[in-house]
Design a protein around this ligand. Structure first.
Ligand code: 5AD
Ligand code: SF4
Length: 477
């Protein structure tokens, strides 16, 4: 393989920080010359990180299969391996670097194997520099903004035998009509917007995913109508900050409008993630309450219960604002289940700040939480703050927090004991072949005895017992 030829572009964090208004919508079209390019070749995509990355991987599979590639059963038969990576915390990145070390031997056994790294990590200047220096056997590096160019990249790497590195710092177009191979036959991810303009001081996402840009309502609605025709039961709307949906469209059409329109498409279940408390307004809460197909669950990351830490995080709300929102939510949707994300050990977080977080968790009664130790991300404002909480203290805080959030999981499950809930059945349970498994409207994992023919359908289940991580029940007819 020659070193870089036609494609060599590395990212700049300073350019990624800039915000330029206006985005174009481009329609994806695969040129005929690529249609048979993948005949008799196989691919593997390994996905790390959030649902946004899972949705991107479905698009990459869609493009590859349009090019006649087929999915390999395991790594040893792959002609292309793509790692779709996550940059959110240091440990997510370390896992990817570890995996790349392991894949080196596959390259040795099969010199024609193409190894690519894409997704969020290549959007970071420091990562690309490290890849170029320490991982010369990586053939292909591209980011989150240019998935649609995969055909050209593969062509160049295979036929011209040139290494391809192309990462745009801030490309902001929306590419519609990329084919997708959806991973699931009854639940689908729907991107409603891309990027993030919030700039929380700890977070790398505004740099890796670019500026906030919303898809046009008509494109989203058409996608969902098609899914209903194809028998899909559930959609999850994706965006870094779905509550800001539409703000860049300048048509006045909001996230609340979108929920109401989607509710009329005939799709059975609508979920969405992620919400930012600053942009969650009463219109949206009312739409959630009014729309039967919008589920009674909200993931509303709070990050901290301390006003001084929230300010340093640039979250733009106070503890009181958050509690007011929760009150509003519970007033409109009394049985709502609220889950959250929390970071411990942010720079300067004192014991008192941490106690404020613990008390907020109890006061809200979160029924689930993703809890994280703060991880310094190069290029973000917080990376310049003095990271003064000792590592073992951060771990202790995480354990103490998890003790409290685990109680929340159990309490949230207990309230469904001896009730009948609706479950969208996913599959046979992984841990108990005698049981089926799926999620309730409130997003509770339910394992139950029932009929395998119910897989892919919504059924009624009587809850017999609540455990911390799941509910146990039996299907009722
Ligand atoms: N360190 C730790 N956790 C982080 N998150 C985002 N950035 C960081 C970071 N630098 C968490 C936040 C966010 C979730 C997706 O990841 O809680 O809501
Ligand atoms: Fe998703 Fe953020 Fe991770 Fe990128 S960095 S994969 S957007 S969680």
């Amino acid at each position: 393989m020659k070193d870089y030829g036609k494609y060599f572009k590395t990212p700049s964090i300073d350019d990624a920080r800039k915000r330029v208004k206006g985005s174009e919508v481009i329609d994806f079209k695969l040129s005929d010359q690529f249609l048979n390019f993948g005949k008799e070749k196989k691919y593997v995509i390994q996905t790390y990180g959030c649902q946004g990355n899972e949705a991107d991987s479905e698009r990459m599979s869609g493009i590859l299969e349009k090019m006649s590639f087929t999915e390999a059963n395991d790594l040893s038969e792959a002609d292309i391996i793509l790692l779709n990576t996550c940059a959110i915390r240091g440990n997510a990145e370390n896992r990817v670097f570890g995996e790349m070390g392991r894949l080196k031997s596959f390259k040795r056994n099969n010199p024609n194997l193409l190894l690519g790294v894409c997704g969020c990590m290549p959007q970071e200047e420091s990562v690309v520099n490290k890849l170029l220096k320490q991982y010369p056997y990586v053939d292909l590096i591209f980011g989150t903004h240019n998935i649609h160019k995969i055909p050209e990249y593969l062509y160049t790497a295979y036929l011209d035998k040139e290494r391809v590195v192309e990462v745009y710092s801030s490309e902001g177009d929306i590419v519609e009509d990329i084919p997708k191979i959806r991973d699931n036959k009854h639940k689908a991810w729907i991107n409603i917007m891309y990027g993030c303009d919030e700039f929380c001081t700890y977070c790398i996402v505004p740099y890796t995913r670019g500026r906030e840009r919303s898809r046009k309502p008509a494109a989203i609605l058409a996608e969902v109508v098609k899914l209903v025709e194809d028998g899909y039961q559930e959609i999850t709307l994706l965006g870094q900050n779905v509550n800001a949906y539409g703000q860049d469209l300048e048509s006045g059409y909001s996230f609340a409008d979108l929920l109401r329109d989607l509710n009329d498409t005939g799709i059975n279940r609508i979920r969405f993630t992620t919400s930012h408390p600053r942009d969650l307004n009463e219109d949206t809460i009312k739409a959630m309450a009014d729309c039967d197909h919008v589920m009674e669950h909200l993931h509303l990351p709070v990050q901290s219960g301390s006003d001084s830490i929230l300010k340093k995080m640039n979250r733009k709300y106070t503890r009181e604002d958050y509690l007011k929102l929760v009150k509003q939510l519970k007033a409109h949707i009394p049985d709502i289940s609220i889950t959250t994300d929390i970071i411990v050990g942010f720079p300067n977080e004192s014991e008192d700040d941490f106690l404020e977080t613990l008390s907020l968790v109890k006061e809200v009664g979160f029924e689930g939480a993703f809890t994280f130790i703060y991880s310094k991300r190069e290029g973000t404002p917080a990376a310049k703050y003095e990271d003064d909480v000792p590592e073992d203290e951060k771990k202790r805080r995480l354990y103490r927090l998890n003790d409290v959030t685990n109680d929340g999981y159990l309490n949230g499950n207990k309230r469904f004991e001896n009730t009948i809930v609706e479950v969208l059945v996913d599959s046979v349970s992984k841990n108990d072949k005698e049981k089926l498994s799926g999620y309730s409207r409130h997003n509770k994992l339910v394992n139950f005895t029932g009929n395998e023919e119910s897989i892919g359908k919504i059924v009624k289940v009587r809850i017999l017992e609540a455990k911390t991580w799941h509910l146990l029940g039996e299907e009722v007819n």
